[in-house]
Ligand binder design. Structure first.
Ligand code: SF4
Length: 358
């Protein structure tokens, strides 16, 4: 059985090969690339500088995209919007549009999306709804890019910032992730500065080093949540494969190679990782590389009926979060407390969990 190729997600070089097979000149690939990514059109008829005969041939030999928004849910509290997408094979993924903070300088222009890289996730972090879905498959570059394009079409505004913090571990889908980032940040493509793109990892030390060696220009965020191996293993079983020490060594390597400050994400759990000792550990680590800490209030995933260790997790009380953040700031570490945007529609951090199949 032959399948019709999907063009969104192909690099310029891949479009050149595709068009060469149709006996089309090479320069057509640049035109097609611009229509797909700079203009983000959804039909071949809109590609007005391509000859009509070519547009007709493209219609019968390829499709533009392979992802469709089937529902959206808006928060009545903060303007966060959660999107449910269906993929060509029927799988579902979620992405989130995060509105700018009221009163921020770039409120008018900024449009941030949090996107997924896998259907489900194999890492099974105790605090995360996606982990409870298990892992189905990696997304293609086209499915990663499609999330951003669909959201900007619906919002009628260009996306300015991308965070890879949706479903899945981005660094387990390295090739498609990098291809999507190249297209997002290409001037001839979507023109989003890599400084406005953040890749968040659970701590895949080897791949963090690989990113640095590959000359990554994007920001790196690490879901840290504890610097104590035993506690972190309970929260994030990946710690058995890459210990805290390995993650910190890889983060140091990334910083030394890229000179980019690293964001450490830290969900505060009551009486688990919010003590004096935990603050001291974070302060010590921050001496290894330039970083800032993002403290995240825990968002309940009770809707997934967690059991065992996960069922007992509770967020630290607000006064403990304030104390923890003050300790870090007093030690000179830039520290932010993340808003719980989207919690009322289960779109906050760790709450994404699209149903596998309908
Ligand atoms: S927190 Fe991230 S890495 Fe962990 S299970 Fe959820 S999606 Fe996967």
């Amino acid at each position: 059985m032959t399948t019709t190729p999907t063009l969104t997600g192909l690099s310029l070089a891949q479009l050149e090969i595709f068009l060469a097979e149709m006996q089309e000149p090479r320069y057509r690939a640049k035109q097609l690339f611009a229509w797909l990514y700079k203009h983000g059109v959804s039909s071949f008829d809109e590609m007005t500088d391509l000859p009509e005969a070519l547009r007709e041939r493209l219609k019968s030999s390829a499709t533009i995209g392979s992802i469709e928004a089937i529902s959206k849910q808006s928060s009545t509290k903060d303007g966060t919007v959660k999107f449910l997408f269906t993929l060509a094979d029927g799988n579902k993924i979620e992405s989130v549009l995060i509105p700018p903070r009221k009163g921020s300088i770039d409120e008018e222009k900024r449009l941030t999306v949090c996107i997924s890289t896998q259907v489900g996730c194999p890492l099974d972090c105790a605090f995360c709804a996606t982990g409870t879905m298990g892992f189905t498959r990696n997304l293609t570059p086209g499915e990663i890019i499609g999330q951003v394009q669909e959201i900007q079409n619906i919002a009628h505004r260009p996306v300015t910032n991308i965070v890879f913090m949706g479903m899945g571990e981005p660094l387990l889908n390295y090739g498609p992730l990098m291809q999507a980032i190249t297209i997002f940040s290409s001037e001839a493509g979507m023109g989003i500065s890599p400084r406005r793109i953040t890749v968040s990892t659970a701590g895949y030390a080897d791949q963090m080093r690989r990113m640095a060696d590959d000359g990554a220009k994007v920001k790196l965020a690490i879901s840290l949540h504890s610097l104590h191996n035993e506690t972190r293993t309970k929260l994030m079983p990946i710690t058995k494969k890459h210990s805290v020490e390995e993650v910190i060594a890889a983060a140091t390597y990334y910083f030394e190679k890229t000179k980019k400050s690293i964001m450490l994400e830290y969900i505060l759990f009551d009486n688990l990782n919010d003590s004096h000792v935990d603050v001291k550990r974070l302060v010590k680590v921050s001496r290894h590389f330039q970083c800032r800490v993002n403290l995240i209030p825990y968002h309940s995933i009770a809707f997934t009926n967690p059991s065992g260790f996960a069922a007992g997790l509770r967020g630290s009380p607000p006064e403990k979060i304030s104390w923890f953040s003050k300790e870090l700031r007093d030690a000179g570490i830039p520290t932010f407390i993340r808003d719980s945007a989207g919690e009322d529609i289960t779109a906050a951090c760790g709450q994404l969990a699209a149903k596998k199949e309908n």
